[in-house]
Design a protein around this ligand. Structure first.
Ligand code: NDP
Ligand code: ZN
Length: 373
């Protein structure tokens, strides 16, 4: 079968591989619609993880809706021909980490993320292929209801679950003021998630792509800040009359963005990160360049360590129940994620164009989807 893979850091291309075979609890799925993620771009072009930990070639892509073509003999709820939503995160449910409440890390750090995860330990081939393998199908697939469009469902796989997770990690209470930094597709879903969780004022921080401003307003933002027009801190504090905010969700920015967030959150507030830091900043220690893998925090702004400001970052939740709940949100019209889709392609080979689009981020792009037919 054909797959679109990371061949080396900075290098992608098509490869031929054998079609995967299912274990007793697994399924093989043929994609119906897939979408590239900014995370694929970080993985390929920023060399996010050390080379010795990474496997090449690795088929990329982790957002898919598909059709089951084969199941193992222990699979109960799915059969040949079923249409399914496949979460980006497909944990091993029989692990200690699941009992610890962190299924995203089942079997090790980030190991619940399998598709397109470049790490040799934990990762496997992704969904930009003619077929892909899903572990523990009964626990990791969700049936696609007939009345939900493919392009909406494929947004549940990663964009909704990740964006909403920002709002969950921020533990938003009714009426709180929330800043969402970054309003690409993930940040836009954080805006929607913050609204669902009951936020009062929602301040969205966007940049070059003005198309995201209108969408942010539609999803629930009350105010927009443009990070290209000056420091986020100055602009947010101007809007709030100098008052710091309750919660900040990070869904974009450079290695100093946690520092920017800590500067605007009140004592006891939460900075919730869902951004994938593909690379860090250079660090100078005693005037000597040590390494390039540092994220800044801001010592004084963090109350010299005593601010009670919590900083938390997380990989999106996966699994069947999560997908079923997100499909319910779509079905009952709480949030319409199809508004994120600005570009549509047909045919597996167009995955390449969609991926490059995701790398270039032209001004009219929010999210591309590739339909197989
Ligand atoms: P996009 O690149 O589409 O959006 C990023 C947003 O951040 C845009 O609004 C961009 O503005 C803005 N931005 C860029 N630079 C800055 C800056 N210096 N300060 C403030 N804002 C800035 O990304 P996605 O929405 O697709 O993804 C967001 C992040 O989430 C990525 O890092 C992605 O890898 C990660 N991710 C994490 C997952 C998880 O499980 N935790 C899962 C899926 C994705 P503009 O471009 O308009 O100038
Ligand atoms: Zn992703």
């Amino acid at each position: 079968m054909k797959g679109f893979a990371m061949l080396d850091f900075g290098k992608v291309g098509w490869i031929e591989k054998d079609r995967p075979v299912p274990g007793p609890y697994d399924a093989i799925v043929r994609p119906l619609a897939v979408a590239p993620c900014t995370s694929d771009v970080h993985t390929v072009y920023e060399a996010a993880f050390p080379k010795e930990m990474v496997e090449f070639p690795r088929i990329i892509g982790h957002e898919a809706v598909g059709e089951v073509v084969e199941v193992g003999d222990k699979v109960e709820d799915f059969k040949y021909g079923d249409k399914v939503v496949v979460p980006a995160i497909t944990p091993e449910w029989r692990t200690r980490e699941v009992q610890l409440g962190i299924h995203q890390h089942s079997g090790g750090l980030l190991a619940g993320w399998k598709f397109s995860n470049p790490l040799r330990d934990g990762g496997k081939d992704g969904v930009f292929a003619e077929y892909f393998h899903v572990n523990d199908a009964d626990m990791n697939l969700a049936h696609l209801p007939d009345d939900i469009k493919l392009e909406s469902a494929v947004m549940a796989a990663d964009m909704m679950t990740t964006g909403f997770h920002g709002a969950e990690l921020a533990d938003i209470q009714i009426g709180e003021t929330v800043v969402v930094i970054g309003i690409g597709p993930v940040g836009l879903m954080s805006v929607a998630g913050a609204k669902l969780q009951g936020a009062g004022r929602i301040i969205a921080v966007g940049g070059r792509r003005k198309i995201t401003y209108d969408l942010a307003r539609e999803y629930g933002a009350s105010d927009i800040v443009d990070y290209t027009k000056g420091p986020i801190e100055t602009q947010v504090l101007e809007l709030t009359g100098g008052k710091k905010v309750d919660k900040v969700i990070i869904a974009g920015g450079g290695p100093d963005i946690i520092y920017e967030a800590v500067k605007i959150v009140r004592p006891g507030g939460i900075v919730a990160n869902v951004h994938y830091f593909g690379s860090g900043a250079d660090a100078y220690i005693k005037n000597e360049l040590k390494h390039r893998d540092v994220l800044y925090l801001g010592r004084v702004e963090w109350g010299a360590g005593m601010s009670h400001i919590r900083i938390v970052g997380g990989l999106c939740p996966g699994g069947r129940v999560r997908m079923e709940r997100l499909l319910s949100i779509i079905r009952y019209k709480r949030v319409d994620p199809s508004k994120l889709v600005t570009h549509r392609f047909r045919g597996l080979e167009r995955v390449e164009d969609a991926f490059y689009l995701m790398r270039e981020k032209p001004l009219k792009l929010v999210k591309p989807v590739v339909f197989m037919e």
